[in-house]
Design a protein around this ligand. Structure first.
Ligand SMILES: Nc1ncnc2c1ncn2[C@@H]1O[C@H](COP(=O)(O)OP(=O)(O)O)[C@@H](O)[C@H]1O
Ligand SMILES: O=C(O)[C@H](O)[C@@H](O)[C@H](O)[C@H](O)COP(=O)(O)O
Length: 188
C-alpha cells in the first residue's frame, strides 16, 4: 500500500505533491492514533502538536476550558516551526480554525480532517488514558471549530465511524491522499 498513483502521461499537468501532512480534527477524533500509523507507513517523522503546548495551556484544557485564539497563536508558531524543521512529517494538530490552518499552510502541506460524531468523541475521550484532555473540553472544541470549506482544496476529509479500526482508517486515508501525491514511502 503506497500513496503512489499510476504513472501520469508525460503531457499531463504535474500532480501536486506533499511532504507534510497535518491530521486535524476535534479532540478524540483519532489524530494521534492515525497520524502515527501514517507516519510509520510513509517512513516520515511524527509530530504531536500537543507537545508544543505550555504547561499552563495543558492545565487549562485539562480543566475543560478551551484556549482563546490569542492563546493559540504562540502555540501555533511553535507547531509551525516544528513542522518546518522536518522534510517529511505527519503532524497531529487540531487546526480547528481557519486561522490555525492558514498558520500551518505552506508549500507541500496537506490536511487530513477526521470527522466523528460528538457521541463517538465523548466515548473515546472518556476512555482515553494518560492524556490531560478529557470529554469536558468537547463543548469548547465544537464552539471553536470552523470546518474546512470547499475553497480549502488542500484539505481531504475522512469520516470516522465507531467500528472503523485504525487499520481501516489508514487504508482509507492512503486512498484519499493518492491524488495529492506521487510520492512513495521514503524507504519502503
Ligand atoms: N479507530 C479507532 N478505534 C478505536 N479507538 C480509537 C481509534 N482511534 C483512536 N482511538 C482511541 O480514541 C482515543 C482518542 O484517540 P487519539 O488518537 O488520542 O485522538 P486525538 O489525537 O484526535 O485526540 C484514544 O484512547 C485512542 O486509543
Ligand atoms: O486548538 C486547541 O484548542 C487545542 O490544541 C486542542 O484542540 C487540542 O486538540 C488539545 O490539545 C486536545 O488534545 P487532543 O486533540 O490531542 O485530544
Amino acid at each position: 500500500m503506497t500513496l503512489s498513483p499510476d504513472p501520469a502521461p508525460v503531457s499531463a499537468p504535474r500532480v501536486p505533491t506533499f511532504c507534510r501532512l497535518v491530521v486535524m480534527g476535534v479532540a478524540g477524533s483519532g489524530k494521534t492514533t492515525l497520524g502515527r500509523l501514517l507516519a510509520a507507513h510513509l517512513h516520515w517523522s511524527f509530530l504531536d502538536a500537543d507537545n508544543c503546548h505550555d504547561a499552563a495551556a495543558l492545565a487549562q484544557m485539562a480543566r475543560g476550558e478551551g484556549l482563546s485564539e490569542a492563546q493559540r497563536e504562540p502555540w501555533l508558531r511553535r507547531v509551525r516551526a516544528a513542522l518546518e524543521a522536518q522534510d517529511h512529517a505527519v503532524l497531529a494538530c487540531s487546526a480547528l480554525t481557519r486561522a490555525a490552518r492558514d498558520h500551518l499552510r505552506g508549500a507541500g502541506v496537506r490536511f487530513l480532517c477526521l470527522v466523528a460524531s460528538p457521541e463517538l468523541l465523548r466515548a473515546r475521550l472518556s476512555a482515553r488514558q494518560g492524556h490531560p484532555v478529557g470529554p469536558e473540553l468537547l463543548p469548547s472544541q465544537f464552539r471553536a471549530l470552523e470546518a474546512p470549506t470547499a475553497e480549502e482544496t488542500d484539505v481531504v476529509s475522512l469520516p470516522v465511524a465507531p467500528d472503523d479500526s485504525p487499520a481501516d482508517l489508514l487504508k482509507r486515508a492512503v486512498d484519499l491522499l493518492k491524488p495529492h501525491s506521487p510520492a512513495e514511502p521514503r524507504h519502503a
